[in-house]
Ligand binder design. Sequence first.
Ligand code: ZN
Length: 266
Amino acid sequence: MNCPVCHAEMNPFIEKFFGMKYLDKCDYVRCENCGLVVAKTLYEMNHNDWENLNRECHAAYQNTDALDVDPKWLERLHAQANILAELVKVGVLNENTRAVDYGAGDGKLSNYFAEKISAPTLMKFDAYMSRPDENYLPPESLTPASFDFVITCSVFEHLIGADDFAKIFALLKDDGIAALHTLVCEEVPRDSNWFYLQPVHATFWTNAAMQKIFDQYRFKACAYHVESRLWFMFRDTDKFSLLKKCSGTWSFSNDFVDYWKAKPYR
Ligand SMILES: [Zn+2]
């Protein structure tokens, strides 16, 4: 199979046994060129089984507190809402910004943001949620090139293939800003016990693969905000320069910010 980011050949990397009904052995392959690793078994799974596997995982984890799995989760969400509020204060976002949290889950980020800032509303979209409040967008509202700001948190590791990546970036207007939180590492560890090899994690990102995405979608500048673990990717460099007024620890670049260079990643 070929790399969904750079199309180079992918070779066997590791295998892991999950022993689940919908996922027993999972084979992972790695791109020779950009180092992206994908769960080949998940990429080749039919859609029904993929949905069943997601349900199986959800059932397995719903009785465990999310904080046990990811103890920094809530702290990070607050840091993310804080920095988005600062983006409004410095003028990167404004009350007319059309913004969406893609893969919003239960919508906490948008809710925390709304506690700090009255406008704009960070709209929510989640293909797997039954839209419990009016800030959830229906799929038909996800018109290409209609958003100024798209944020995804813990989504990129669940995506399967180039069409999934493209669907997200296609939402952005020409001068739109993308923000994302996922794990990006210099090199995916060849270790079947690596904590990040979860049953529904399908794509494992490297700095080199993200650089290719950054170029493919014509971004011009990038910033990483350490406290919120968010990358921001800009096409409008004037707006980008406003970020320098925001608080916190930042790394800025005209390329993708390869912040996580050494293990442990995050
Ligand atoms: Zn590649």
